[in-house]
Structure formats: C-alpha cells, structure tokens
Design a binder for this molecule. Sequence first.
Ligand SMILES: Nc1nc2c(ncn2[C@@H]2O[C@H](COP(=O)(O)OP(=O)(O)OP(=O)(O)O)[C@@H](O)[C@H]2O)c(=O)[nH]1
Ligand SMILES: [Mg+2]
Length: 439
Amino acid sequence: MEKSRSGRTAQSRYAPQPTEGRARQRAFVVAASPEPTDLAEMRELLRTAGVATVGEVVQIRDKPHPNLYLGPGKVDELAPLLKEADANLIVTDDELSPRQERNLEKQLELPVLDRTAVILDIFAGHAHSAEGKLQVELAQLEYNMARMRGLWTHLERLGAGRGVGGIGTRGPGESQIETDRRLARDRITALRRRLDHVRSNRAVQRAERERAHLPSVALAGYTNAGKSTLLNALTGAEVGVRDRLFHTLDPTTRTTRVQGRTYLVTDTVGFIRKLPHQLVDAFAATLEETKRADLLLHVVDASAPEEELLAMTRAVDDVLEEIGVGDQPRILVLNKADVLDADRRRELAFRHPEAALVSALSGEGLDELQERIADEFERTLCDVELLVPFSEGGTLSELHDLAGDLERTETPDGVRIQARLPSVIAERFDRYAVNGAGP
Ligand SMILES: Nc1nc2c(ncn2[C@@H]2O[C@H](COP(=O)(O)OP(=O)(O)OP(=O)(O)O)[C@@H](O)[C@H]2O)c(=O)[nH]1
Ligand SMILES: [Mg+2]
C-alpha cells in the first residue's frame, strides 16, 4: 500500500525499506472517539491490505481535533511510542480532513493514511472487472480531488495575505495544483464516460433477465458476513469466497428453484461502518442490483458478539437507506450458525425472533430459508387465467418456470392456463388475460 496521490510523489520520502522477515509496512493505528473503541476492524482492514499493525492508541474525546485529529498533547505522547514500535506508517480510524492529515504528518514525520484511503486501497487491489476497476479509480480520484482542493484553499489564503489578488499571489504551487486538478477533472469525465459504456452492457444483460420475468432476491450485508458462500449454497454457483474484507466487488446473478419456481439471486459488494461516500457514489450502478431486487436478504455474521452484530446490522441498514432501498421487503439472515453454542442460539432466537438462522457452510437452515423466500413471493401471488396462442412457445415455457404448478388446457385458440403468479410478474402477462380473471 504505497501512498500515491496526484500532486505528490508515489514513493513517500518516508517510504520504508524492505526488511527481511518483517512486515514491510508497519502501521500504528490511532483513533479519536467519544467512547472506547475496539480497533479490531481496522486491524482486519490492514491485514487485508497486507499491512502489519504494530501498535494502537485510542483517545477518548467528543470530537476529533480540527487541526490534528488527536489532541496536541496526545500527539506529543505518540512520538516515542511510534519509535518504540518501529512504525513506519500512521493509520487513523476515521477519514481525515486534508488539514488534519497534513499537520499530523508534519508533526510526527511519518506518512499518514486515513480509513478511507485504506478502504480505497483494498478496493483497488480487489477490483477485477472493467467496471469494478473504473469505479474504484473514480472513487480514488474523487477522494484525491477533495484533498487537492484543501491544499489549494490553503495556498490561496497564503497568497491573499500577501496582497489581494496582486502580482506575486500566484505561486508555482498554486498553478501546479490547478493543472493537477484540471487533469483530475478530465480523467473523471473520461472515467464516467467509459463507465457509462460498460454499464450499458450490463443494462442489456439485465433487460434480458427482466424479459425472463423472474422474481429476484439480492444478498446484502456487512463484508465477510458470508454472502458469497450463501449464494453458492443456494444456487450452486462457484463465486470466490475468502476470509478477507471486500473480497467481492462485482455483482453475480444466478438462478435457483424453490418449490418448482425459478428465481434469481444476486451477490454483490459488502458494506462496512463509515463506508467512504466516494465508494457509495462510484458503486451506485453495482448497488442498483440491490435496489431492483424484489426481496432483500440481509446477511449477518452471527458469530460476532451481540453488540458488534447490532452495529454491523445498523451500518448496513444505513447504507441501504442511503441508496434508497429502506423499505424493500427483507429477511434478516443470521449466518455462521455452525460455530454457535446452544446458549448463543437461544439468545439469538430471543433477540431476533424474525430472523432466519443458517449456516451457508454446513447447509443448516437453508431449506427453511428457501421456504421463507418462497413465502415472501407467495404473499404477493394472485390467480391468473390466460390464453396463450400456440405460436408463443417461449411465453409458455416462461410461465412453466415462473408458476411451478399450472393447469393447462389446449383449446382451438391456444393454451388456456390457470396459475398463481407473483403480482409484479402477473402484470407482465396482462395481454393474455381472459374474462377479467387476469390481474
Ligand atoms: N463458520 C462459517 N464460516 C462461514 C460461513 N459462511 C461463510 N463463512 C466464511 O466467512 C468468510 C467470508 O465469506 P464470504 O462468503 O467470502 O463473505 P462475503 O460476505 O461474500 O464477503 P465479501 O465479499 O468480502 O464482502 C469465509 O472465510 C467463509 O468461509 C458459515 O456459515 N460458517
Ligand atoms: Mg463476497
């Protein structure tokens, strides 16, 4: 994880030399928080990014210090600790303002990375598809643009001090930053254009699926909750699964059959607390898959302690709200049941009576989950009576897929069909409805 931003050299002057047998990047994690926080998640993010954590400090304060993130006294205390731990990188648990970052770096003479930069770095490493890569680059550029702007205002203020807008106020720094910003803006425009192009391909695929009229389920949840494992278990897909954060970035959709009906399941990017807004924006199209689903499975890692489970659930709910899927029908899926003892199972059943307890790994609870999914769709089922001309063989086979059981009678005018279909889907067959018995 080299620090590289436009307007700076990719290799920081503090860049550590590779040392044998020791982690090359040795991070000291710091947090300013109103209450005691566990930095386990940041350690996990760093592990995913290939960085060792060699020390950590949490300062309890109502708000981060506006100039330094930590209080000045704490920063002084930190200096010897960094030396002792032989840290060559400081990582903060929150996104920093450009000013905080600059001051902290200057004072401690080590490169500083904030939470957003760490997450962006992981995304950059895990992006495989063309769309994924473009989305991550866009998020990174937007993050950097904000930093350049910060620096620019700072220089502008220096200039203004020397005489309002007169000769000598335009330092070389400023024009360099203006050039950088223009380049960054051009690149952002180019990226958006290329993303539009890539996305139109996906829109075509989606249109094909929609033509197939299949009801759809989306898996959403905290990163590492087991969404991809569940997709594989439900549909027999072979999506990559790993014990690391943000392993999946690209959406995958597969079909599965429950009680004779076919439906679609989509697995997509996971969420995290304080998810950088640049990523939410850049991944809007990917998250679209979640928005379009008829039903949401909110997958939670139930092996986490209750308090953390609630925090993760809340973080996911917040992002879902933010992207506009707040009131979609959903089922809470408590995953990783295989590692729970009897006490914890009882507690979960008591605290989350509406949730489905499953293990995507051992298969426990998956039949019940499939039934709950079927029930959700069942609730919206309505009876239809259709007359489909013989020439529309495709429509007939679609109806077989959708309805599972249906009654068909051949008449001289075509096939008469009685079936129960989800109402959203029944509407699409309106034109075949007979005698007002249709939807
Ligand atoms: N014990 C246990 N482990 C599980 C279960 N489901 C998933 N895991 C493990 O949890 C880790 C993460 O699983 P993934 O399916 O990659 O999780 P994800 O939600 O897709 O994660 P991201 O794509 O990174 O957001 C892997 O090591 C899985 O083997 C389960 O039911 N029980
Ligand atoms: Mg995944």
